[in-house]
Design a protein around this ligand. Structure first.
Ligand SMILES: Nc1nc2c(ncn2[C@@H]2O[C@H](COP(=O)(O)OP(=O)(O)OP(=O)(O)O)[C@@H](O)[C@H]2O)c(=O)[nH]1
Ligand SMILES: [Mg+2]
Length: 570
């Protein structure tokens, strides 16, 4: 921009900037808060993780994945530490220039950032009649450089944050976004935070590509003041000079430039609406060409033709927001940092791993649910078979305790076998202890009863009917009837009863003695009781084993939920 031309917008901009140092005082108190908040978050997550690790049994198959989770968390901490480091560097940088307007020239590789930065430095130098001081930024430190220009080039050229300080303005030229060297892109993205104004450049060759709009929306989300610029809005015309055809650089046709501006504006707006961002904060793009401005600097209205006047007019309209942003920049950076910490933990690093862990746990819980009934049924079936022999043994001994403890032993042995068979794949050696220490109440209420007969023995002389001494009996079976014993008892009763009737009628001298005799053991009532009991006992015992296994899952689940909550409420 030549001094001779009238440049109201550019001059208006310079006037504002001249008063810049009167308004700036970064808020130091708010700035410090982020560190203590992040420290509290890290400590809480660390303690949550320790609690999770101590809750996982060494035999738990989830042990390995939980170990992996601890590793992920520790990586997150390292990344956060790195970000804090970046933030401190930015704040340090920002503080160093707290009384100047920091403009960052930002955008995709090859957008024309360095070329534009050089153009601006030259224009400022000319108007302010002062020398720029070039520097590079290294870990927040300003290292003065001997260069008097930023390097421009067709291949990716800029790999550090370089800048020039002139008057009340600090101009930063950043490495290209979506750079082949990812680090460079990150460096630039990280640095936009310390700037008060972002000039967002996109080449007119193909302006506002999706990835570029993504980066633009990220900056706007951070509530940065941003002016979109479509650079390189020129083309070559062929002209005839002194009878020779020559290539002449001209601006792209106005209607083409307007169409590009509108297209970028509309697509950005759509993206913002989709994301629910504040559309009103968006500024329409301005198109310009540095090459055209440089090559035609003699033209009276070059600032207007090249798009520069329009650019400064746009900058002037956002100037008040720039000042407001400057005042709260440090606090905003700290807030943005904390938001970023949460987003990163939730969307990128920690939550996906926690959710994966929760899925693993849920899958195991479902496995318990789905196997529980099957295990109960198989166990009940096996118990019916095995208990039959045990009842016989216990009946012979007439020992209910023997029966009760025998059932307990068989039950836990069979249960252990079934758990091993059905759940080992999922729970591995945890199943071994699952059937230990179960409460199995097999008290037997019913008694084994002797199976007895009662009969009357007749003693005396002159008894008719041929019974001498003891002999004639009226019998009745005492106790329950049991198969097997039945025939014996039945026969006995029949035989004895026949003789008894005649004897009694014939002689009063006969002496009657009532007698009882054990002829077997009745275990029917006990067997019925046991079978009925098993029906409710077995599912209860299986349920206990399932709950034992759940104790290896639920505390983990609670602790993982707690970690998520720690981040959510941060
Ligand atoms: N036609 C035209 N080309 C331009 C203009 N500005 C820059 N260029 C060209 O675009 C290419 C890249 O320019 P740079 O200024 O180095 O771009 P950059 O954005 O700094 O690139 P990186 O630092 O690599 O990200 C160079 O070949 C420039 O000559 C312009 O206004 N018009
Ligand atoms: Mg560059």
């Amino acid at each position: 921009m030549s001094r001779n031309t009238r440049l109201p917008e550019f001059e208006g901009f310079l006037e504002k900037v001249a008063r810049f140092d009167q308004v700036i005082h970064a808020n130091q108190r708010d700035k410090a808060k982020f560190e203590s908040r992040q420290k509290a978050l890290v400590e809480q997550l660390d303690s949550d993780m320790q609690s999770l690790e101590s809750a996982v049994d060494p035999k738990n198959p989830l042990k390995a994945t939980i170990g992996h989770l601890a590793q992920i968390l520790s990586d997150c901490f390292k990344a956060l530490e790195q970000q804090v480091q970046y933030l401190k560097e930015r704040l340090k940088f920002q503080e160093m220039f707290s009384e100047r307007l920091i403009i960052i020239i930002y955008g995709k590789v090859n957008a024309g950032k360095s070329t534009f930065a050089n153009y601006l430095v030259r224009a400022l130098k000319e108007h302010l009649a002062t020398q720029p001081q070039h520097f590079i930024v290294d870990q927040g430190n300003i290292i003065p450089s001997q260069d008097s220009e930023f390097k421009e080039g067709a291949t990716e050229t800029t790999s550090v944050i370089q800048g020039a300080s002139i008057g009340n303005i600090v101009l930063l030229d950043s490495p290209g976004l979506h750079s082949v060297t990812q680090e460079n892109g990150k460096l630039a993205e990280n640095f936009t935070e310390s700037a008060d104004l972002i000039l967002w450049l996109s080449s007119s060759v193909s302006p506002g590509q999706d990835m570029e709009l993504e980066s633009l929306s990220r900056e706007m989300k951070k509530k940065k003041v941003l002016v979109p610029v479509i650079t390189r809005s020129d083309r070559y015309d062929f002209d005839e000079v002194d009878g020779q055809v020559v290539k002449v650089l001209a601006m792209k046709k106005l209607k083409d430039r307007q169409a590009q501006q509108q297209d970028v504006a509309e697509r950005t707006r759509r993206l913002f609406e989709e994301r629910g961002f504040d559309v009103t904060a968006l500024k329409d793009p301005v198109s310009m060409s540095v090459h055209f401005a440089n090559e035609n600097s003699v033209l009276e209205d070059i600032a207007e033709q090249s798009g520069m006047e329009m650019l400064f007019s746009r900058i002037n309209t956002v100037y008040e927001s720039v000042i407001e942003a400057k005042l709260v920049n440090a606090r905003n950076q700290a807030e943005n940092h904390l938001i970023q910490v949460r987003t990163q933990l939730k969307d990128e690093a920690l939550f996906p791993a926690l959710d994966e862990q929760l899925r693993e746990i849920d899958q195991r819980k479902k496995c318990l649910d789905s196997h529980s009934q099957k295990i109960s049924q198989s166990l009940l079936h096996q118990m019916y078979i095995d208990v039959e022999g045990l009842i016989d043994e216990a009946a012979n001994r007439q020992d209910k305790e023997y029966l009760a403890s025998g059932i307990e032993v068989i039950l836990s042995k069979k249960l252990a076998e079934l758990l091993q068979q059905e759940l080992f794949d999922t729970f591995q050696s945890l199943v071994n202890a699952a059937s230990n220490n179960l409460t199995v109440d097999v008290s037997v209420e019913e008694n084994f009863r002797n199976l007895e007969i009662e009969y009357t023995e007749l003693h005396g002389h002159g008894v008719k009917g041929g019974v001498e001494g003891a002999g004639v009996v009226i019998g009745a079976v005492a106790g329950s009837f049991i198969p097997g014993a039945g025939t014996v008892v039945g026969g006995l009763i029949g035989g004895l009863a026949g003789g008894a009737a005649g004897s009694l009628l014939g002689n009063q001298l006969v002496k009657e003695i009532r007698k009882q005799e054990v002829i077997g053991v009745d275990s029917v009532a006990v067997a019925q009781e046991i079978n009925a009991k098993l029906e409710s006992l077995v599912p209860g015992v299986v349920n206990q084993a399932m709950r034992n296994l759940l104790t290896h899952l639920e505390p983990l689940e609670h602790r993982i939920m707690k970690m998520k909550n720690t981040v959510e409420t941060f």
